[in-house]
Design a protein around this ligand. Structure first.
Ligand code: SAM
Length: 309
């Protein structure tokens, strides 16, 4: 496949100035203006490009979008909430040779069938009557303020194989503030381990692919950022609904410094036996328990219809 590149475009810095695109704090807008950084994110994400739909969340003025298109992606749909970016994104669309379109919408509320429909209408997909995508890549420098609810929503959809996650091959390459990224990838006994680690790792392999210092953004945020990649596990550890696992983990981590025996005893002394049944050492603290064991615990709790506090 020949790699399609974008023609020369005005710099993002100039576009921000021309269109007076002041960052809005309430939409967690921190822009990347250095293409070396966005190119690196895309190359490290290792996107499959053939018959792939790339969905970008929050393109803003569009530098990461440019890197995605420059990597040869044929079908890119961006979902952006802030209409001020439409002129720069439409300009990119015109330069993309039919490979890119944008939906002005809230990624937390959008009907995913709109994204897929738009993707199927792009350039060669419409000509070749493509009906679905073999690969879906979700990419984005996420708005930090809503990054966690976004990820949790996508994990739910992935666990149910709904929306864009119906595709047989899905990957997510997402930028979070570093502390959140640390939590997503933290294994058992890591001090950063928490609810998000267990929930993510119950259905995905989660690993860090790139760190971006706060100085890489305009305006500069208070914290560094990290790009995490999540790829669905071939054999998910999750045996219950993701909601039950979430509930079990939220409850267990509420008193993260206590031993599980104490946490369970405070809830209901009769339920301490569940720990042994799941081969969980009751003297462990929640952060030391493997994802597999938490999944087993959620499975039994759901099967027996045990009411958690
Ligand atoms: N991708 C650009 C970059 O890397 O320079 C901008 C990233 S900025 C951190 C986050 C972007 O997400 C902004 O463009 C913001 O308007 C957009 N955004 C915020 N909330 C959103 C939502 N709920 N749905 C879609 N986009 C959203």
């Amino acid at each position: 496949m020949s790699i399609s590149k974008l023609p020369k475009l005005p710099s993002i810095r100039d576009l921000i100035r021309i269109y007076n695109l002041k960052a809005k704090q309430q939409l967690s807008q921190n822009f990347i203006l250095d293409k070396n950084i966005t190119d690196k994110i895309v190359s490290l994400a290792g996107l499959e490009l053939e018959k792939a739909l790339c969905v970008e969340v929050g393109p803003g003025p569009g530098l990461l979008t440019r890197s995605i298109l420059d990597s040869g992606a044929q079908s890119v749909i961006a979902v952006e909430k802030d209409s001020r970016f439409l002129p720069t994104l439409r300009q990119l669309q015109e330069a993309s040779d039919g490979r890119f379109d944008v939906l002005l919408d809230d990624m937390l509320k959008i009907d995913h069938s709109l994204i897929i429909q738009k993707g199927l209408q792009l350039g060669s997909n419409a000509d070749n009557h493509i009906e679905s995508f073999d690969y879906v890549h979700l990419v984005g420098n996420l708005p930090f303020g809503v990054a966690t609810p976004m990820l949790v929503q996508w994990l739910h959809l992935l666990s149910l194989k709904q929306g864009i996650f119906r595709s047989p091959n899905v990957s997510m390459s997402l930028m979070f503030q570093k502390e959140v990224g640390d939590r997503i990838v933290a294994g058992a006994s890591d001090s950063a381990r928490g609810r998000l680690s267990v929930v993510s790792q119950s259905i995905c392999d989660a690993f860090r692919i790139y760190n971006v210092p706060a100085s890489g953004f305009v305006p500069r945020p208070k914290v560094d950022a990290t790009v995490v990649q999540l790829r669905p596990l071939e054999k998910p550890l999750l045996k219950s609904s993701l909601s039950t696992l979430e509930h079990v983990v939220r409850f267990s981590f509420m008193k993260r410094r206590k031993m599980l025996a104490r946490i369970f005893k405070d809830w209901d002394p009769e339920q301490v036996a569940l720990l042994e049944e799941c081969e969980i050492d009751p003297t462990l603290r929640p952060q030391d328990v493997s994802t597999e064991r938490f999944c087993q615990l959620a499975h039994i709790i759901e099967q027996r219809n045990i009411k958690l506090p």
